[in-house]
Design a protein. Structure first.
Length: 512
């Protein structure tokens, strides 16, 4: 990093507006935050960096009042506070702008700015004249040139981002948290947003800036805090870091010590899945790749890069606009997931509860859900054989359940994921598509999933993994493909691969 945004001049150290000490948050089997310390100065832009799963979102949601911490303290202006809900946080001047905007598309800009805080006449009616006047005043204060009567759905993504910021400042925010604010913006919109962020910081607002885009950091922020595995690995003035330092802190590169060199060698067989110039409007474009028997190919990129949409297109849940899918060397056209399943393709979806299992059905029925025909004789289902098979799969995958008759929705996240695997292993699938296979899973179960995935490849299956977890990408992939904004921007053999190359590819489309 070569240049830092200047802090407001002051003869004394900058005042701390937000401070968290010893923050801890756990979920069943997962430690999301572990004794985390963090502080934010008035008038600074403080970058919060870390890989997916590092704890950034959990920290933000605790400060915003969405989650309650299990332990630790939060101070605002030096006073301990209990952020028991979002209303309390907002009353204390804390505002969060998430990547998915909280604006109502069919309402006007003015209506969105004062939603829930409407101005009313003595008769109890909305005072539209005052509403638009106050909206114009608020936008003018921030140099935002948008008509207050404009319907939000007609605005560009950059304009919506500015309206979100104006809305946050309408409640006199002293702490503003921006979560991946440039993910959907054009270069010009990014420049406008950065100018507004600098203006807000100069006015004394403390800003937490969450981003994966390292190229944005140098000219915008004052300090950088890096999280890894729920802990802070350090807070640094931005001018003391360069890109390689930051990537090493994010990835824990110093801990890896060339793990990939000891990867168990697998024999790569013939191509099982080929994509040729596959495209789908506004989701992904010109995707060409080959997946071989006995190989684990990992597709990685930021949220919105089109990875999930690509897997769902391969699986027949979406229709491609152009290009070709080939399975076993033959062209394949799937009008539904049923066609893909018949061609030997299985999908473990990112939303395992919503799309992977039937939560109200028993465990054994989920195991056989995609392979019931195997247990039918003379048009009659043979429940004894079905249950015997389910028990074998439960034992083989170490699915922890008190009974095969327990509802699947009562299992832990990791056991639900293994249940989805059991379902597809019960079929004749040869190609496995795994979308974020260990998301929200504890470390122990994550290792079990990794062993199962490697076992699939060792058995001659072809595995295509989508993952945002950099450590997981490097742990699993024989080859790694980086995707950015719906396009392939790099392909890497995972042989002592420098993580910097991956991070640079997915964040700005080129290697370091």
């Amino acid at each position: 990093m070569t240049s830092a945004a200047p802090m407001p001049p002051s003869g004394a150290p900058a005042e701390v507006v937000l401070e968290v000490r010893g923050l801890r948050k756990t979920y069943p089997g997962v430690v999301a935050l572990d004794q985390l310390d963090f502080d934010l100065h008035r008038g600074e832009v403080h970058a919060l960096l870390g890989a997916n799963g590092a704890g950034k979102s959990t920290l933000i949601k605790i400060v915003a009042g969405l989650y309650r911490a299990d332990a630790g303290e939060i101070h605002i202006d030096g006073r301990p506070v209990d952020l028991r809900d979002t209303q309390t946080a907002q009353a204390l001047g804390i505002s969060v702008i998430y990547q998915d905007f909280a604006l109502v598309p069919h309402l006007s800009v003015a209506e969105n700015l004062f939603l829930g805080r409407e101005f009313v006449t003595p008769l109890g009616l909305i005072d539209w004249r005052r509403t638009h006047a106050e909206a114009r005043r608020l936008l003018a204060r921030l140099n935002i040139d948008i008509q207050t009567t404009a319907v939000v759905s007609s605005l560009s993504m950059g304009q919506r981002q500015l309206v979100e910021i104006a809305k946050a400042l309408g409640i006199d925010a002293r702490v503003l948290i921006l979560d991946e604010p440039t993910a959907s913006l054009s270069r010009g919109e990014v420049d406008t947003l950065f100018a507004l962020i600098r203006k807000l910081a100069q006015s004394g607002v403390g800003i937490i800036y969450v981003s994966h885009r390292l190229e944005e950091i140098a000219s915008l922020v004052n300090r950088v805090t890096v999280l890894r595995d729920g802990r802070s690995v350090g807070t640094y003035p931005v001018d003391q870091l360069d890109r390689r330092n930051v990537v090493a802190l994010i990835t824990g590169q110093e801990r890896r010590s060339q793990e990939t060199s000891s990867r168990e060698a697998r024999t790569r067989g013939q191509p099982l899945l080929e994509l040729r110039h596959l495209s789908r409007a506004r989701e992904f474009e010109d995707i060409s790749l080959t997946l071989h028997r006995g190989e684990i190919l990992v597709l990685t990129g930021l949220v919105g890069a089109g990875r999930t949409e690509l897997l769902e297109t391969i699986f027949g849940a979406r229709r491609a606009a152009g290009g070709e899918i080939r399975v076993g060397g033959q062209p394949a056209k799937f009008s539904s997931p049923r066609d893909a399943i018949r061609s030997g393709i299985a999908l473990l979806p990112e939303d395992r509860r919503g799309h992977g299992i039937a939560v109200i059905m028993p465990v054994f029925a989920n195991v056989t859900l995609a392979s019931l025909v195997q247990f039918v004789r003379l048009l009659l289902l043979q429940p004894k054989r079905e249950l015997q098979h389910a028990r074998r799969m439960i034992s083989y995958l170490s699915i922890r359940t008190p009974s095969p008759f327990q509802a699947a929705g009562l299992l832990s996240g990791g056991n639900q994921q293994k249940l989805v695997l059991a379902k597809w292993l019960s079929t004749s699938a040869e190609i496995f598509l795994l979308d974020e296979p260990t998301q929200g899973i504890d470390v122990g179960t994550k290792d079990e999933i990794y062993r199962l995935v490697r076992g699939l490849a060792a058995a001659g299956k072809a595995v295509l993994v989508v993952s945002s977890d950099l450590e997981e990408v490097l742990e699993l992939g024989d080859r790694i493909i980086a995707v950015r904004q719906g396009r392939i921007v790099g392909e890497f053999a995972n042989n002592a691969l420098d993580p910097t190359l991956l991070v640079d590819a997915i964040t700005h489309g080129r290697a370091a």
